[in-house]
Design a binder for this molecule. Structure first.
Ligand code: UDP
Length: 377
C-alpha cells in the first residue's frame, strides 16, 4: 500500500504524526507532502513525531492569497500523482492544504481518505474558510474518519454511505498522550520564558488565531485578558500566533502588564506542559478544545459557535464568544479557590487509538479494492 499524506500547518502535523507512525508500523509505504503553509509554527514538530518529508512544496508560504495557495498546492500534488501510483491521498481537517490535496487527488481519480471528517458548524462563513474546505473534502473523499458519533451523523445526513465511514476518535488525543507521557518526569521546557514563569500565580492560558475574530471580537477578548491580568492572583500567558492580522492587533493592545505574558508560539511539548498546569484556557482553537478534556481542564471558547459541541455537552467547555464580561466572569469563576478545578469524565474526542484504527482501515480497504477491482473507490 502506498500512501501520500498531505500536510501544511501545525495542527496537521500534530494530528497526522501518529497516523504516520501507525502506517509505518503496518509497513505501508508512506510519503509525506509538506506544503509549508505554516513555516515557523511547524518548527520542531517533524522531529517530535519523527516524520521525514519526501516532498516539499515550493512557493506556498510566499503566496499571499488563499486561492493562490490552493492552486499551487493542488498543482504540485497533481505532479506527484502523475509520476507515481498511490493507493490513497490522506488529508486531515479543514485547511487549504487538505482541500487542495483532496481536490487534486479527486481530479486524478486517486482515492482520498479524510481524517477528522464530519465536523460542521452549519455556517459556511464560520469558521472561514474552514467550513468550506471541510465540505469540499467530504465531496472528494471515499473514506471518512469522523472522530465522534455526531460527526458521523453529519456525514450520513449529507448522504455519505455508512460503509464509507469509520468512526475512530480524534488523532489529536493519540498525539497528546504520546507527548504527555514523554513530558511526565522532570520536564524542562524548551522555551526559557516558561521555565521562568512564577509558580505562585494561577495560570490562565490563552490562544487566539481565528481569522473571523480579527477586529472587534479580538479587541473585546484581549481587553478581557488585560483586565484579568490586573487581578494580581493570576498569570495570563498568551502565546501569540504568527497570523499577521492577529499578531498586529494583539501587540497593539498589550505590552508591559506585569501579570500578562506574551510569548511566541510554543513548541508542542511546551504547550502541552502548560495545558497540564493551567487553571483554565481561553481559546478560539479547535485542537485545544479537543485536548483540554484529557487534563480535565475547563475551557472558555472564544467563538460564536463550535463544530465540537461535544466539549460543551461533556461539561469541559462553555462558549463565551467575544463577550468581554462573560470571559472575565468565566475566568474568575474558574480560578477562585485554592486548587485548579478538574472536570470529571473521559475525553469525548477519543481514546488514543484513532491512528491505529485509521491505518488498519486503510489497509483493509486497499485489500478489499484489490480483491474487487470494480469496487467504486
Ligand atoms: N499549539 C502549540 N503551540 C501553541 C499553541 C497551540 O503547539 O503555542 C497546539 C495545540 O496544542 C493544538 C494545535 O496547536 O494541538 C492547535 O493549533 P491551532 O489552534 O493553530 O489550530 P486549530 O486547532 O484551531 O486548527
Amino acid at each position: 500500500m502506498r500512501i501520500l499524506l498531505a500536510m501544511g500547518t501545525r495542527p496537521e502535523i500534530i494530528k497526522l504524526g501518529s497516523v504516520y507512525a501507525a502506517l509505518q508500523a503496518t509497513r505501508a509505504e508512506t510519503e509525506v507532502f509538506w506544503s509549508g503553509q505554516h513555516v515557523e509554527l511547524a518548527e520542531g514538530l517533524m522531529e517530535l513525531f519523527d516524520i521525514s518529508v519526501a516532498h516539499q512544496a515550493v512557493g506556498v508560504a510566499q503566496e499571499p492569497g488563499l486561492a493562490g495557495k490552493f492552486a499551487l498546492i493542488s498543482r504540485q500534488i497533481e505532479d506527484l500523482l502523475r509520476r507515481k501510483t498511490y493507493d490513497w491521498v490522506v488529508v486531515q481537517g479543514d485547511t487549504t492544504t487538505a482541500a487542495a490535496a483532496a481536490t487534486a487527488a479527486f481530479m486524478n481519480r486517486v482515492p482520498v481518505a479524510h481524517v477528522e471528517a464530519g465536523l460542521r458548524t452549519g455556517s459556511i462563513d464560520s469558521p472561514w474558510p474552514e467550513e468550506f474546505n471541510r465540505r469540499v473534502i467530504a465531496l472528494a473523499a471515499s473514506l471518512h474518519f469522523p472522530p465522534t458519533e455526531r460527526a458521523r451523523q453529519n456525514l450520513l445526513r449529507e448522504g455519505i454511505s455508512d460503509d464509507r465511514i469509520a468512526m475512530v476518535g480524534n488523532t489529536v488525543v493519540d498525539a497528546l498522550l504520546h507527548v504527555r507521557d514523554r513530558n511526565i518526569e522532570g520536564y524542562v521546557p524548551r522555551n526559557p520564558e516558561i521555565a521562568g514563569l512564577p509558580s505562585d500565580k494561577k495560570l490562565v492560558l490563552a490562544t487566539l488565531h481565528r481569522r473571523e475574530n480579527v477586529g472587534d471580537p479580538l479587541r473585546n477578548i484581549v481587553s478581557a485578558l488585560r483586565e484579568l491580568g490586573r487581578d494580581g492572583d493570576k498569570l495570563i500567558v498568551l502565546p501569540v500566533h504568527f497570523n499577521p492580522a492577529v499578531r498586529t492587533q494583539v501587540m497593539s493592545m498589550l505590552g508591559g502588564e506585569p501579570n500578562l505574558r506574551l510569548l511566541g508560539p510554543l513548541q508542542y511539548a511546551d504547550f502541552v506542559h502548560l495545558l497540564s498546569r493551567a487553571w483554565t484556557v481561553v481559546t478560539d482553537s479547535g485542537g485545544v478544545q479537543e485536548e483540554a478534556p484529557t487534563f480535565g481542564l475547563p475551557i472558555l471558547i472564544a467563538r460564536e459557535s463550535t463544530e465540537r459541541p461535544e466539549v460543551v455537552e461533556a461539561g469541559f467547555g462553555s462558549l463565551v464568544g467575544s463577550d468581554e464580561r462573560a470571559i472575565i466572569e468565566g475566568v474568575r469563576r474558574l480560578t477562585d479557590g485554592e486548587n485548579p478545578r478538574r472536570v470529571p469524565g473521559v475525553n469525548p474526542f477519543g481514546d488514543g487509538q484513532a491512528s491505529r484504527r485509521i491505518a488498519e482501515s486503510l489497509a483493509d480497504e486497499t485489500t478489499r479494492r484489490s480483491e474487487t477491482p470494480s469496487a467504486a473507490a
